[in-house]
Design a protein around this ligand. Structure first.
Ligand SMILES: NC(=O)C1=CN([C@@H]2O[C@H](COP(=O)(O)OP(=O)(O)OC[C@H]3O[C@@H](n4cnc5c(N)ncnc54)[C@H](O)[C@@H]3O)[C@@H](O)[C@H]2O)C=CC1
Ligand SMILES: O=C([O-])CC(=O)C(=O)O
Length: 329
């Protein structure tokens, strides 16, 4: 295999998501079974030793596609030549803590990392922000990287998307593979809106198939939106393997395309579509092709959906205003 390795930078590499993610990247599940990969792991100084331990385990897998691992606490070195950056390192939410509380704790991490991406990454850099509050952290990083096209900064709502598919399949007895065109709108937070009005189950409209607005409003939406908190309550730690799985899905779909007739959900800089203020990083239905994404246009938004999209977007504009006041934009 003579192909040049793709440089993938993972921040927070010694954390629990990092541990679930790195082996899947190295095995080819992020980029494809024929794409060699070189890993750059960024950690804070206290995390370096554990990252080295993970790197030893990666070596011990003898992955055919893994061409190198560098470990550093220097963001400029970590993002040097990066083609894909997964910004995972952040402080996770703990019991009883809402995402808003995390803004100031995490904002300081993403501004310098955005600048380091701006100054060091490859021209084709694609960034996925996983660390919470993911949408606003992505906005902070993007604002600090004026030389990188804004649309390369994305935030992860794919875990919400996957959770919603799974809940809908369980309710209707369908297979997850029967469910298409589901959308997560807004923020990766409890205000997010999982929308099944345009979704299909085995080719039939999902909302009509379910035909139960009370289940939608009182069970489905809160179950999906509060799933992160429910996992923390049950596990005593936030979602890790499912979050890593969603990060793999997000980047894999971005690079390789959405299947014909389907779409996915990504947190992306708004172009003003669907009344979402331009510039904020909000989740939309998107199709992807040749490494680029496009917002699905022309969907009818009913009153039920409009109110919920607006509420989540309002939260995002408030987060943007808060980080602006903190001098992070
Ligand atoms: N968008 C989403 O759907 C989801 C997001 N998350 C978020 O992902 C983030 C990571 O979660 P976990 O891996 O469980 O946390 P963790 O605490 O296990 O790991 C975080 C790691 O990041 C490192 N870190 C902290 N600051 C850093 C910096 N400036 N540079 C590099 N590394 C740094 C820490 O040393 C630690 O090893 C959290 O913010 C969590 O809330 C978690 C689940 C889903
Ligand atoms: O809720 C959290 O803090 C972790 C998270 O983002 C999720 O599981 O969706």
């Amino acid at each position: 295999m003579t192909r040049t390795p793709v440089n993938v930078t993972v921040t927070g590499a010694a954390g629990q998501i990092g541990y679930a993610l790195l082996f899947r990247i190295a095995s080819g599940q992020l980029l494809g079974a024929d794409v060699p990969v070189s890993l750059r792991l960024l950690e804070i100084p206290q995390g370096l030793k554990a990252a080295e331990g993970t790197a030893m385990e990666l070596d011990d897998c003898a992955f055919p596609l893994l061409r190198g691992i560098e470990i550093t606490d220097d963001a400029n070195a970590a993002f040097s030549g990066a083609n894909v950056a997964l910004l995972v390192g952040a402080r996770p939410r703990t019991k009883g803590m809402e995402r808003g509380d995390l803004l100031s704790a995490n904002g300081g991490i993403f501004k310098p990392q955005g600048k380091a991406i701006n100054d060091n990454a490859a021209d084709d850099i694609k960034v996925l922000v996983v660390g919470n509050p993911a949408n606003t952290n992505a906005l902070i990083a993007q604002a600090a990287a004026p030389d990188v096209p804004a649309e390369r900064f994305t935030a992860m709502t794919r875990l919400d998307h996957n959770r919603a598919i799974s809940q809908l399949a369980a309710k209707t007895g369908a297979q997850v593979t029967d469910i298409k065109r589901l959308t997560i709108w807004g923020n990766h937070s409890a205000t997010q809106y999982p929308d099944i009005f345009h979704a299909e189950i085995a080719g039939k409209n999902a909302a009509e198939t379910v035909n139960d607005e009370q289940w939608l409003a009182d069970t489905f939406i809160p179950t999906v939106a509060k799933r992160g908190a429910a996992i923390i309550e049950a596990r005593g730690a936030s979602s890790a393997a499912s979050a890593a799985n969603a990060a793999i899905d997000h980047v894999h779909t971005w690079i390789n395309g959405t299947p014909e007739g389907d779409w996915t959900s990504m947190g992306i800089p708004s172009d003003g579509s669907y009344g979402v203020p331009e510039g904020i990083i909000s989740s939309f239905p998107v199709t992807t092709k040749n490494g680029a994404y496009e917002i699905v246009q022309g969907l009818d938004i009913n009153d039920f959906s409009r109110a919920r999209i607006d509420a989540s977007v309002k939260e995002l504009t408030e987060e943007r205003d808060a980080v602006r006041e903190l001098g992070l934009l």
